[in-house]
Design a protein. Sequence first.
Length: 284
Amino acid sequence: MPELPEVETVVRGLRAVLPGRRILTVRLGKVDFIEDPAALERDLPGSRINSVRRHGKFIVAELEASTGSQVSFALLIHLGMTGQIVVGPSEAPVAPHTHVFFALDDGREFRYTDIRRFGKMRILSAGTQEAALGKLGLDPLEATQAEFVAQLRGRRARIKALLLDQRVLRGMGNIYTDESLWRARIHPMRLGANLRDTELRRLHRAVRQVLEEAIRMRGSSVSDYVDSEGQRGSFQQRHRVYQRKGKKCFRGDGLIQRAIVAGRSSYFCPRCQPAPRSRRRISP
């Protein structure tokens, strides 16, 4: 599933070509991932794209209804597991499983492709954005060290689960959680409440470093992900633990292990990420 670096890479690509463009027509294929397809066909033609931004793993395109109108709304997109957005010439060959076509006023098309159709797309009116997006947690690229520590300190849940919880940190996913925990030398099964502030500060630095490096390398293409130009990312070449079960740790002689934490496959080095100590029961 595309995570924060992949979504940020797509947004930066869209931000370079979409603001100021007007949507001329909308053509839809399969629509089971779209909330109210009729609203897209009714509201998008003639609208002007003012900006594109990321909110967690969501893409938010801010729109202006029509020429001379001050009515604003937004198009909300989640890429799901296999969603792809590419902007290119309208005459370009159409990839299989392309379900959304927006014809733009510069002769190009915005196309959304999704093999498994686990993505989401919906119109948000100005008054519904807060309700739709406001329940998400801190953005790990924007949170200060103090905010990050305060958000995680004292929580009685596995640190892996906390990092994946979008109500705690929006945008984190399995790849970058495992990579960040490895860099911070923290076992994924440790409880947030048992982490010292020094460890949480180290984790904050690791999360920022991993995400920023991944964005510079345009994300990780381990499955279907491509950017808005149809190009694959390359951060998968820098993965240190993710999907490396049985391989030697980059830090020493430890071998990467895999375990299920928070319902997800988790990769870690048992030598440099010591497991939490189990409490012994004291006999009466």
